[in-house]
Design a protein. Structure first.
Length: 159
């Protein structure tokens, strides 16, 4: 499978340290998604969505280990049970808030993405099919303490 980069994501975050660890913890900082001109026509009708999924590359992530300590825990977990950007295929996804569109540029907020990250896809976030509020959250439902309240990244997963 060959991924085609369709754009680039511009954010206020130049390094992992201090970046929100999930869009929910993103502040009102605003970023921009620049979709390459040849893909602009694919943005038709996107304005009606409050949130969109950005599928992007974690191009500055460290080489993965199959076990890692996630940001909000102190226990080593399997990489497929955490959301670390340091993965065998460093592909990430974030449901950011769409503020508006101007041509091939989308203004977005509630970001947890590093500036300059390659964009691979955009999909609409649809609450009635993307949200499962009663779904179990595995180990995340069981953690308590100082680490469980963490909202910003450090440099543990990036070079």
């Amino acid at each position: 499978m060959e991924l085609k980069q369709i754009g680039i994501i511009h954010t206020p975050y130049s390094e992992a340290s201090g970046t929100p660890i999930q869009p929910k913890h993103g502040s009102d900082e605003v970023g921009e998604v620049e979709v390459f001109q040849e893909y602009e026509d694919g943005l038709k009708d996107i304005e009606g969505f409050e949130r969109i999924w950005l599928i992007f590359g974690a191009d500055r992530a460290r080489e993965p280990s199959l076990r890692q300590v996630p940001y909000r825990d102190t226990v080593e977990r399997g990489v497929f049970a955490i959301r670390s950007p340091s993965r065998p295929n460093p592909i990430c996804m974030s449901p950011v808030r769409l503020i508006g569109r101007s041509g091939n540029r989308l203004k977005v907020a509630e970001l947890d993405i590093l500036d300059g990250s390659p964009l691979y896809d955009i999909k609409p976030y649809i609450a009635r099919v993307d949200c499962f509020p009663d779904a179990k959250g595995g180990w995340f439902d069981e953690i308590e303490g100082e680490e469980s309240g963490k909202t910003e990244a450090d440099n543990r997963f990036s070079d």
